[in-house]
Design a protein around this ligand. Structure first.
Ligand SMILES: [Zn+2]
Length: 268
């Protein structure tokens, strides 16, 4: 009996708290249909992930590729949004014109890796830095622009490909160079297998974006990812309807960077 009273009280407290929270949120936010975003200048953030308004960073790894990168650029252009591309140096050398088009479209371009060969890259600190430099130099040569100081480590910053000591020494070296390594908090799942259903990708993004005011989405613009291309228009539509503002690492502010570090999306 005592136990059931306790459970009832706990449920009652939860419901009361939840209704207060929802009310507080709704009171202070409004939907701006013209700009397709939530205007929430006075919004009291109830989520620990709290840029104001909601922000999304679309990121594409492992390109550029001959078929899908241009399609992605065209979708981004049609929707008037920008994204960040973490490129592979070898692929950039194979497709210089496409890298130039990414750059000319005003997208953010950052280093991913030159070879994407984990065994070679993660042998030790010096092999990692050589690979980083090679990718950096290719991007600079082909675009005429300095690559973004925001990079993405192959396999992410918590990959199990290399030892903890090695990855930590790489992170320290990046820090000393003034570079920031970016992971993600929303995984589209487009690299889970050779073929992934379009609906699964869309669903992964929608589910993981729920209750996030700050989303960095991992996708890939490689040769076989036609399903990522097919999912992208609906993903963008969903994010716009949910009130997200689209950002890249070219226009990230110090406050947003701090938030990303706090959320362990960056410099983890
Ligand atoms: Zn990759």
């Amino acid at each position: 009996m005592k136990k059931s009273i306790y459970v009832f009280t706990a449920i009652f407290l939860c419901l009361t708290l939840h209704s207060n929270v929802s009310e507080k949120f709704l009171c202070n936010s409004s939907y701006d249909s013209k700009n397709n975003k939530v205007s929430s200048s006075s919004c009291l953030s109830l989520n620990s992930q709290s840029p104001d308004p909601k922000e999304v960073y679309l990121t594409f790894d492992d390109g550029p590729c001959i078929n899908n990168t241009r399609k992605i650029l065209s979708i981004l252009k049609d929707n008037n949004v920008k994204a960040s591309f973490f490129v592979v140096g070898i692929k950039a050398n194979e497709n210089p014109q496409i890298l130039k088009e990414i750059s000319d479209s005003g997208m953010c371009i950052g280093v991913h890796t030159y070879s994407h060969d984990y065994k070679k890259i993660y042998k030790n600190l010096s092999t990692y830095l050589d690979d980083y430099d090679a990718c950096y130099n290719v991007i600079k040569k082909l675009t005429g622009k300095t690559p973004s100081p925001y990079i993405r480590l192959p396999g992410g910053s918590t990959n199990l490909v290399t030892s903890k000591d090695n990855i930590n020494s790489i992170k320290r070296a990046l820090h000393e160079k003034g570079l920031r390594y970016v992971d993600w908090n929303v995984c589209s799942g487009d690299a889970e297998s050779h073929v992934v259903a379009v609906d699964k990708i869309k669903n992964n993004v929608m589910t993981q974006c729920k209750n996030k005011n700050f989303a960095v989405i991992l996708m890939h613009d490689t040769y076989y990812k036609y399903f990522t291309v097919d999912a992208l228009p609906d993903i963008i539509k969903y994010l716009k309807n949910e009130g997200y503002v689209f950002k890249t690492f070219d226009d990230i502010s110090p406050a947003e960077e701090e938030e990303m570090i706090k959320l362990k999306i960056m410099n983890k």
